[in-house]
Each structure stands twice: as C-alpha cells, then as structure tokens.
Design a protein. Sequence first.
Length: 117
Amino acid sequence: VQLQASGGGLVQVGGSLRLSCATSGFVFGNYAMGWFRQAPGKEREFVASINLSGFRRDYADSVKGRFTISRDNAEKAVYLHMNSLIPEDTAVYFCARRIGLRDYANWGQGTQVTVSS
C-alpha cells in the first residue's frame, strides 16, 4: 500500500493550493480517505475526510468553508482544494486510508504547505 501526497508549496495569505494524493496497492473505491496535517511542535490533526462514494464529506471546524475534499475513484486519487489560506494552515499535509471507524493508516510522505503573511 502506498500513498503519496503532492502539490504543496509556498503561498501568500488568501491564496489557494490543490493537494493530490496518489494511491496504489489496495482497492481504492473500498475505502474512505482522509487528509491530516501536522504543524511544527504540534500533534497531527484531522483536516477532512470523504466516504467511498464521495457524497459524505467531513471537515475540521478550522477549515470549513475554505477547504474541499474530493476523490476520483477511476484515478485512485484524493484531493484537497484549499482556498483563503491563512498562516495557521502552515503544516505538512498527509493523506491516509480509513481502516476503522476513526482509524487511519498508510500515511505515506506528506507535502509541505507554507502560508506567508
């Protein structure tokens, strides 16, 4: 099982980025997926999740209305569209596969997002 996040970078406050997560080694359409982030000196935190079909999406309160999670089952990929970025969004972002009610696994390498003020 492999998950590879990409698309991070340096962006100014108010800017946008789209993160991608390419996956392999499992039946992508059988799993809900999630995005998490970890800022320096802080614990990893939940950002967003999407169910198998893509109809149910959940977000952390801190990103609601600004971030959108989506998935493409044919491409075996999950995406995070981030708008109106603020410095507090600076973190390494990871995608993960949901293996239980609240359990995620197969984090893979993250992608750095830095928002400058």
